[in-house]
Design a protein around this ligand. Structure first.
Ligand SMILES: Nc1ncnc2c1ncn2[C@@H]1O[C@H](COP(=O)(O)OP(=O)(O)O)[C@@H](O)[C@H]1O
Ligand SMILES: N[C@@H](CCC(=O)OP(=O)(O)O)C(=O)O
Length: 394
């Protein structure tokens, strides 16, 4: 039994397109219903899977509805909009071009959320659709807004169902995969557990279609992943990121202190009951503050500050603030307060931080000491370019 699963009170469950679609294409309504039953079972505090899963609708408030303890909260991140829109639009396979994907998502998202609404209503649960773009979880003002909406839905006892807002997301600003989005949502709501459900029951040492690969039961650190061939999306042809994005999502979540279970949708009842199925990623002990986590994983840097080797050593090795003297060049257009990357001589990003100057101010300050700047320009110029409290190492 997994203690971290059994004690989790607020969870984020992400389900992939491959677990929600039929072999012929289109939404597998039966599988959506089963998932809704399993999730409602977990919310009700019982052993999921013991909860009745009959397909027939049952009136809300009927005698069989369980009392709902308020201490369990669930956010569902569901893919499947594009896949669900294919059959209704007569599309034989997942389109490659963005416009057709957006059209399919537009049709499919409604069908998807409609089915979840009906499925969870059978258990007296209300769902709320939350469609997010990258900006909503990367820009700080939006991030707070997204948090407030999710928090309010949870407070009102609803189940937020999140997906990327595919119909407006362009190639440039797209997440493209919901695994990373789910990890960011888990961090956003301070979840106790992230559950990634796919069409494969666990992370394997290599492509599970090949003979000889074995299930990885748990991952404690990067060492455990050293010999794993993490591959792209599966044969179903509807998923996007494959294991690459799931392992990346697990890294993000565990780095925020959130353990992750990766398994198949069909094993979800066992996984949620704490059984040792799938792959369990242990949390990495050190938990950054929410603000620094946001800085490392959710922001898009607005510029780059090039550091000389001494400044890299000071910032990375000694955790010092970045001063103008150690900067050799500046790229990008940013204003004070924006996130920027600090890069070494080879151009590799070593840290990210909130900059204290506008981009236009910096060139004339580079290479000069703070005391020299203060004497020449006034005490306001004594400030660090990036303060160490606003810095996170990458
Ligand atoms: N090392 C691995 N272990 C498990 N699955 C893997 C591995 N490498 C690649 N895969 C593939 O990743 C697929 C799951 O990813 P994907 O198709 O994107 O699913 P989803 O739609 O659930 O996000 C599996 O079907 C499997 O074929
Ligand atoms: N937003 C897209 C999901 C893209 C995606 O991440 O798919 P998947 O790899 O199946 O989780 C959709 O709803 O179709």
């Amino acid at each position: 039994m997994r203690e971290a699963v059994n004690t989790a009170r607020r969870i984020v469950v992400k389900v992939g397109s491959s677990s929600l679609t039929t072999a012929a294409g289109g939404l597998d309504t039966e599988r959506v219903d089963v998932l809704a039953d399993v999730l409602a079972g977990w919310l009700a505090g019982g052993s999921p899977g013991v909860e009745p899963t009959e397909a027939a609708p049952r009136p809300a408030g009927s005698g069989r509805r369980r009392a709902v303890p308020a201490d369990r909260e669930l956010v569902l991140v569901s893919s499947g909009a594009i896949a669900a829109g294919l059959a209704p639009l007569g599309l034989p396979r997942r389109p490659r071009d963005l416009a057709t994907q957006q059209a399919a998502a537009s049709v499919g998202q409604g069908l998807l959320i409609g089915r979840y609404s009906a499925g969870l209503a059978r258990h007296g649960r209300t769902v709320g659709q939350v469609l997010l773009t990258v900006d909503d979880v990367t820009r700080r003002a939006h991030y707070r807004n997204a948090y407030r909406t999710l928090r309010k839905l949870l407070d009102l006892g609803a189940v937020p169902i999140v997906n990327e807002n595919d119909t407006v997301a362009t190639d440039e600003i797209r997440f493209g995969d919901n695994d990373r989005l789910a990890a960011l949502v888990a961090a956003l709501v301070h979840a106790d557990l992230l559950v990634l459900l796919s069409d494969v029951d666990a992370l394997y040492t290599g492509d599970p279609a090949r003979p000889g690969t074995v299930r990885i039961e748990e991952v404690r650190d990067e060492q455990d992943l050293a010999h794993v061939a993490v591959g792209r999306a599966g044969r179903a042809g509807v998923g996007t990121g494959g294991m690459v994005t799931k392992v990346e999502a697990a890294r993000i979540a565990t780095g925020f202190g959130i353990p992750v279970v990766l398994t198949s949708a069909s094993l979800a009842p066992d996984a949620l009951a704490g059984a040792e199925v799938g792959t369990f990623f242990h949390r990495v002990r050190q938990r950054p503050t929410a603000r620094l986590f946001w800085l490392a994983h959710a922001t898009s840097p607005r510029g780059r500050l090039h550091l000389d080797p001494g400044a890299v050593q000071a910032v990375v090795g000694r955790r010092k603030s970045l001063l103008p003297a150690g900067i050799t060049a500046v790229d990008g257009t940013f204003t004070a307060g924006d996130p920027v990357d600090l890069v070494d001589a080879a151009g590799a990003a070593v840290a990210r931080g909130l900059v204290n100057y506008d981009a236009v101010e910096l060139p004339s300050l580079l290479g000069r000491s703070t005391s020299e700047l203060a004497a020449a320009l006034g005490p306001a110029y004594e400030r660090e370019v990036v303060h160490r409290d606003d810095l996170v190492l990458l």
